[in-house]
Design a protein around this ligand. Structure first.
Ligand code: AMP
Ligand code: MG
Length: 424
């Protein structure tokens, strides 16, 4: 299966696309991968639920007490009157069959204990007045039904406890356990190949050669991929050389569901790269109207078995590579993984300073969300915003998104903010 990018209006060569149009074209091309496996709960965190989990039991399984206290029949409460009851025993959490309670009686009850037949109300112990073997319930302390947890109030039998596509979080893993599950069906983990290109790029660990640049992209992107919960296949550094690139693309397509590259490849200036990619699949070179992050290439490489491996060729500049990852690859990879993840929350916050911006492109500036002197939340830009200044990204805790049609921003005006912690 391959996408008809060549026929779509988005194949318009070097035409500039809006961020929204590029994202829409990517989303339209992708289909979630097939493949399901069963994993134990201990390995379920961050995995994508393959099917709805329907509760086979009521949780809790019985009405039970929410407090340590005294259980009785709330129907006996009368406005303005003291209720005087005989204590007839104690029921602990885990007691299988609590004693029956006759009219005029109460039972001492512990949190989580099954509500005895004939009782629907619990008086918390700190409100109880005890007198020998009797309990006095003063008026107004409780109403009928108080401090009782209903059977099935957490999860009702037959209801959907967790929906397919859910990326499992700690509470979800606990929820599965509360249903009695020991394992869960999840989607196969997405496999993403990653390589950097550039003759000047050098792996860290040895002294920098003259004219050399350490490879930061492969490491920042691998880390970003780890946070997405995908399997990373690190294919290292590839020289700007058609034969080496061909080998790398072929291996990536053979072994992975998606391929991320950074540097040269994305520029598409080099005709050999375009020719190579045209041979290996269908890839569109886009000039996206954004800063940083353009240009960018997206498409599919044909693996030998005919399956597509989706290519995201990111820019080489370290900030641009990460921004393009967040803007184009993150949601796309989650979509391929079958994950049902809501769009990033776009928070409006006042901007501490003015920002120059011209309409006609989307800008992603690095910002720090913090409180101003008066304690109100605001965002200010980190200093120098060049696409090569990775420090701006490292110091930031958010991206400031200046939308396509937006003009200059005055100090104090609201801007849209994506918190980095929401980017995973
Ligand atoms: P390119 O897109 O290949 O023209 O690269 C643009 C800029 O990003 C150049 O200054 C490159 O040296 C730099 N660059 C490319 N790849 C990397 C990388 N993996 N790590 C750090 N910088 C890079
Ligand atoms: Mg390069």
């Amino acid at each position: 299966m391959s996408i008809p990018l060549a026929e779509s209006p988005l194949a318009a060569g070097d035409r500039s696309l809006s961020v929204a149009a590029a994202r829409a074209a990517i989303a339209a091309a992708l289909r979630p991968l097939a493949g399901v496996e069963t994993v134990p709960l201990a390995a379920a965190l961050g995995r994508v639920l393959a099917a709805d989990v329907v509760s086979a039991i009521d949780v809790p399984a019985h009405d039970n007490s929410a407090m340590d206290g005294y259980a009785f029949d709330g129907a006996a409460l009368a406005a303005g009157a003291v209720l005087d009851l005989q204590l007839a025993g104690t029921v602990h959490a885990g007691d299988a069959s609590p004693p029956a309670v006759a009219s005029g009686q109460a039972l001492r009850i512990m949190t989580g204990a099954v509500m005895p037949a004939g009782c629907d109300t619990v008086l918390p112990q700190e409100l109880a007045q005890l007198d020998g073997g009797r309990l006095r319930v003063a008026p107004g302390l409780v109403s009928a039904g108080d401090n009782r947890r209903r059977r099935g109030e957490d999860l009702a039998r037959g209801s959907v406890a967790l929906a397919a596509g859910r990326v499992l979080r700690p509470a979800d893993v606990g929820l599965l356990a509360s249903l009695g599950s020991v394992s869960v069906a999840v989607r196969r983990r997405l496999r993403v190949a990653l390589f950097s290109t550039g003759n000047e790029i050098q792996s860290p660990g040895a002294p920098l050669a003259p004219g050399g640049v350490y490879d930061s992209n492969r490491h920042s992107l691998a880390a970003a991929l780890q946070r997405l919960g995908v399997e990373v296949l690190d294919l290292g550094l590839v020289r700007d050389d058609p034969a080496a690139l061909r080998l790398a693309f072929e291996r990536a397509a053979a072994e992975a569901d998606a391929v991320l590259t950074s540097g040269g490849v994305s520029v598409g200036e080099a005709d050999h790269t375009r020719r190579l990619l045209a041979e290996l699949g269908e890839v569109a070179f886009w000039k996206v109207a954004m800063r940083p992050g353009r240009p960018f290439a997206f498409g599919s490489l044909r693996a030998r078995d005919g399956r597509p491996a989706w290519l995201f060729a990111l820019p080489g500049n370290p900030v641009a590579a990460l921004v393009a990852f967040y803007v184009f690859a993150r949601d796309a990879l989650l979509q391929l993984a079958g994950a049902d993840v809501p769009p990033l929350p776009a928070l409006p916050l006042p901007c501490a300073g003015a920002i120059r911006k011209r309409p006609g492109r989307t800008e992603f500036q690095r910002g720090i969300v913090e409180r101003d002197a008066g304690g109100r939340w605001q965002v200010r830009l980190t200093g120098e915003q060049g696409a090569g200044i990775l420090r701006s990204m490292s110091e930031a805790n958010a991206l400031v998104v200046l939308e396509h049609d937006r003009g200059p921003v005055a100090a104090g005006e609201p801007v849209t903010v994506w918190l980095f912690d929401g980017l995973v």
